[in-house]
Ligand binder design. Structure first.
Ligand code: XMP
Length: 332
């Protein structure tokens, strides 16, 4: 079911006012717990909650071990001094233990989503009484998770456990598309760093690290991803979304060594058999369909050279040029 854009029918300010009063009405004097990922959706959610029910919302940032390099510190910095209580939970071991041996993408998503809510519940128990759980679910999450055309179960839409202590969900962005969320972010004065932030999926690097999730693989991916993002960040015209994937494939490579071949007297490279990384860059207006962003060879060359020099566990790098459809933006 396709719906009209919400912000075609009302101004951003009207939307903010409507949601603020809807949240107030729903929540009353209750307390709300919000899962803050540092992405634009949950940040806007936090902004709306702060406006609607100041002092009643606590934001929990769960470090799942599936975050990008330095993500936890960035979130702490971004929300320092804001009118919100932020709790950072280090749950890396807990998530990786639950995900041990799991390779099916949808199962990974569901486990991550359920674990998120469990962590919230435990934090709620420690922090006091919370009646509501808020999430930054947006309309494409719903479109792609429900019905016979389901693409994949987004954790925001599919992972809410049946047995829960919360009264229900507060999802003020439920009918918005990503660009509309950015408009709301600007209206809330959240700053460009947040409003223009590219999306990061709830399951994090869990859907960008193919196959079983291990700390070793995730650490490799974090370094590769940081190179991809930091190089593309320098461009004037940036794609809408850009990131790295650690494919589940290993390939043969040759690493330079200083060893000399006894027969020929020439230096030879050591054979390696290690991970293949992938660069993904896309342009889109709604994230429901997307086009490959066609980076120049010059930039790609720079990125690949850095990755292969700086990450000794990567044997080669590929560039995914597939549009959506037929591919989704994320690999899992
Ligand atoms: P796909 O891979 O479905 O991604 O083409 C569309 C957009 O949504 C992001 N994405 C997610 N966001 N939870 C989220 O909050 C998820 O489970 C999830 N999966 C994908 C993705 O990064 C892209 O921007």
């Amino acid at each position: 079911m396709e719906v009209k854009r919400v912000l075609d029918k009302m101004s951003v300010q009207q939307f903010v006012d409507e949601q603020v009063s809807a949240i107030r009405q729903k929540v009353g004097k209750d307390k709300v717990l919000l899962g803050l990922s540092g992405g634009v959706d949950s940040s806007v959610c936090a902004g709306l909650l702060a406006k609607a029910v100041p002092g009643q919302a606590v934001c929990i940032f769960v470090d799942t071990g599936l975050m990008r390099l330095g993500e936890a510190d960035k979130v702490k910095k971004a929300f320092a001094g804001k009118d919100l209580q932020l709790v950072v939970v280090d749950a890396e071991k807990r998530f990786l233990d639950k995900l041990k041996g799991v390779t099916d993408p949808n199962q990974k998503r569901m486990i991550i989503g359920e674990e998120f809510v469990r962590v919230f519940e435990e934090e709620a128990a420690k922090l006091g009484k919370f009646e509501w759980l808020s999430q930054g679910t947006i309309y494409p999450d719903i479109l792609e998770s429900n019905g016979k055309n389901a693409v994949k179960p987004h954790h925001n839409a599919g992972g809410f456990p049946k047995e829960t202590k919360f009264k229900g969900l507060v999802e003020p962005l439920y009918y918005l598309y990503k660009e509309e969320v950015r408009q709301v972010a600007r209206a809330l004065g959240l700053g460009e760093e947040l409003s223009d932030r590219q999306p990061f999926p709830g399951p994090g690097l869990g859907v960008r690290c193919i196959g079983e999730l291990t700390k070793e693989k995730l650490d490799i991916l974090r370094v590769v991803d940081d190179i991809v993002v930091s190089e593309i960040d320098k461009l004037k015209d940036r794609p809408k979304q850009y990131f790295a994937i650690l494919t589940g494939v290993k390939a043969t490579g040759v690493k330079e060594t200083s060893e000399i071949d006894q027969t020929s007297g020439l230096a030879y490279g050591a054979r390696v058999y290690d991970y293949v990384a992938c660069i993904r860059t896309i342009n889109t207006t709604d994230f429901v369909t997307a086009k490959n962003a066609k980076l120049s060879y010059e930039i790609l060359d720079k990125i690949v050279t850095r990755i292969t020099k700086e990450c000794n566990r990567i044997s080669r790098v590929v560039y995914d040029i597939t549009d959506k459809p037929p591919a989704t933006i994320e690999w899992e």
